[in-house]
Design a protein around this ligand. Structure first.
Ligand code: ADP
Ligand code: ADP
Ligand code: MG
Length: 509
């Protein structure tokens, strides 16, 4: 373990909100580092503000006027005497201008260099760099395409279906599948229009659309001087709208040989750009076992906890050590995968209405503890979830020795968890893990589209409602008749039907 530090970091400003800001502060506190939060007007009582040693207001609710304003954030760091800024994910985390401005102000940016972000932030330049470095990329173009005839010609060579992709895209946005030549002209025009509006850059390229693939990604750490290590893979194939909902590590689909190959390709990727800090190299795995580079996310990833659980590391600490100049605090040879972890993203959204975001007040949030259970949350009971930001409320992570045990644990924890006051996707997770293709690990990125039927989903109603009511009725009966050892008066039985239901259900699991 390397410990030589060259930059003093004893106070860090976290330029983010929600669960990731809380998670980063937890890591910092354990390292003895003081924490500074920034917050918008609607986040005055947000969890990340309550967790921080100090908190600085940075403006109105819209992110463009608060969490995305580099100057205000840097100013807050300087005023509070923080030496470094951790950007989290989303917001300014992959913005090269921000990291440059942070360093120009004499502060440490806990993340990669602006140059790495520039190469990887643009999918076209990342493709070119990877091709030159010998990392396999999805068959397609390395230059933007604007003319529909040229696009049709390229698509004919690659073979349909193809995917039109915005070079500046992210968060699952800016992609369109084209199935046949006739659809090309319209699709190209629309994708360019959307990309221009959403990312301020309408460059589009064409990739072969891989059918029934798996999304496999590799966690890496780079020292910024050309050396990198990997921390194995995560599988993130359960997606809706090209966004992840459930992730697991290890991937149930990799042989040891394929794992070694993909991890080596990820290390090569990071070393090719002398990557500094924590990053994720995403690959798409085709059914025939071939894999291709998709993109590199130059930041801490949402799903980083499953790697922490399986590899037994603290990625926030690793990032801070690298930023201090202490190098990578883990050696490749000492790292291995131990057990199995699953992460469930708890979104304020309605699966029955095509996963549309919802808002409201968190009335109840109760997740049982027990061995191998981790909740990374950005909310608490009584908190009003603002509409202005990402609808992800929290992440539920479970770990156990084997995949089978991890699934059993996930089932118990999901069943025993309660989240009230807002429409959310806990029931979706229970549904997902009970599907045969999830249980046997064969699921692909088409899992939700192929198996989930929003029309059959009762909007806003827990799909177990019938089961709960039936269980409650049985137990109330037992209590009234005196066959239940905890006999209660009739009135109390009826008043406490939901507690009865909970008891009845948990004794069956
Ligand atoms: P990704 O979806 O990029 O593989 P994550 O799931 O870790 O990675 O996403 C991190 C967060 O950043 C999500 O909230 C995602 O919506 C957001 N995000 C990532 N890139 C962009 C972008 N270019 N524009 C808007 N949001 C983005
Ligand atoms: P983002 O920056 O939005 O995360 P990615 O390039 O990482 O964009 O792709 C997001 C998801 O879209 C992938 O996880 C995968 O499900 C799907 N996808 C991307 N490229 C392809 C492709 N060439 N073929 C099939 N699916 C793809
Ligand atoms: Mg991605």
């Amino acid at each position: 373990m390397t410990t030589t530090s060259t930059r003093e970091i004893s106070k860090v400003l976290v330029a983010n909100r929600g669960e990731i800001a809380v998670r980063i502060m937890q890591g910092l506190k354990e390292m003895g580092i003081a924490t500074v939060a920034v917050y918008s007007e609607v986040d005055r009582e947000a969890l990340h503000v309550l967790c921080a040693d100090e908190a600085v207001p940075i403006g109105p609710a819209p992110a463009a006027e608060s969490y995305l304003v580099a100057d205000k954030i840097i100013q807050a760091a300087l005023e509070t005497g923080a030496q470094a800024i951790h950007p989290g994910y989303g917001f300014l985390s992959e913005n090269g201008d921000f990291s440059r401005a942070v360093e120009a102000a004499g502060l440490v940016f806990i993340g990669p260099t602006a140059d790495s972000m520039a190469v990887m932030g643009d999918k076209l330049s990342a493709r070119r760099k990877m091709r030159a470095s010998g990392v396999p990329v999805v068959p397609g173009t390395d230059e933007p395409v604007t003319d529909p005839d040229t696009a049709a010609k390229i698509a004919a060579e690659i073979g349909y279906p193809v995917l039109l992709k915005a070079s500046a895209g992210g968060g699952g946005k800016g992609m369109r599948i084209v199935q046949e030549p006739e659809a090309m002209a319209t699709a190209l025009r629309e994708t360019m229009g959307e990309a221009g509006a959403a990312f301020g850059n309408d460059a589009i390229f064409i990739e072969k659309y891989i059918t029934d693939p798996k999304h496999i990604e590799v966690q890496v750490l780079g020292d910024g001087a050309g050396r990198a290590i990997h921390l194995f893979e995560r599988e993130c194939s359960v997606q809706r709208r090209h966004q992840k909902v459930i992730e697991e590590s290890p991937s149930p689909s990799l042989t040891p040989e394929l794992r070694a190959e993909i991890c080596a390709a990820a290390v090569k990727t990071a070393e090719a750009i002398s990557y500094r800090g924590a990053g994720t190299v995403e690959f798409i795995l085709a059914p025939d076992g071939s894999f291709y580079f998709l993109e590199m996310n130059t930041r801490l990833q949402v799903e980083h906890p499953i790697t922490e659980m399986v590899v037994g590391v603290d990625l926030v600490r690793a990032m801070v050590e690298i930023a201090r100049g202490g190098g990578i605090c883990y050696r490749q040879e000492e790292l291995g995968q131990h057990g199995w972890a699953l992460e469930f993203r708890l979104y304020a959204e309605d699966p029955g209405r095509n996963f549309a975001p919802s808002i409201g007040r968190i009335e109840t949030l109760a997740v049982p503890g027990g061995p191998g259970v981790r909740l990374d949350t950005g909310v608490y009971e009584g908190f009003d979830v603002p509409i202005h930001y990402d609808p992800m409320l929290a992440k539920l992570i479970v770990w156990a020795e084997t995949r089978e045990l991890a699934l059993a644990r996930a089932r118990r924890v999901l069943k025993e968890s309660a989240l009230h006051g807002i429409t959310h996707n806990l029931p979706f997770h229970l549904w997902a893990i009970s599907q045969p293709s999830f249980a046997d690990g064969s699921y692909t990125t088409h899992f939700v589209a192929d198996h989930f039927d929003p029309a059959g989903w009762l909007p806003g109603l827990d799909p177990r409602t019938g089961e709960i009511l039936a269980a409650a009725a049985v137990l109330s009966e037992e209590r009234l008749r005196g066959t239940d050892p905890h006999r209660l008066p009739a009135t109390e039985c009826h008043a406490n039907w939901h507690l009865n239901a909970l008891r009845a259900m948990t004794r069956n699991t």
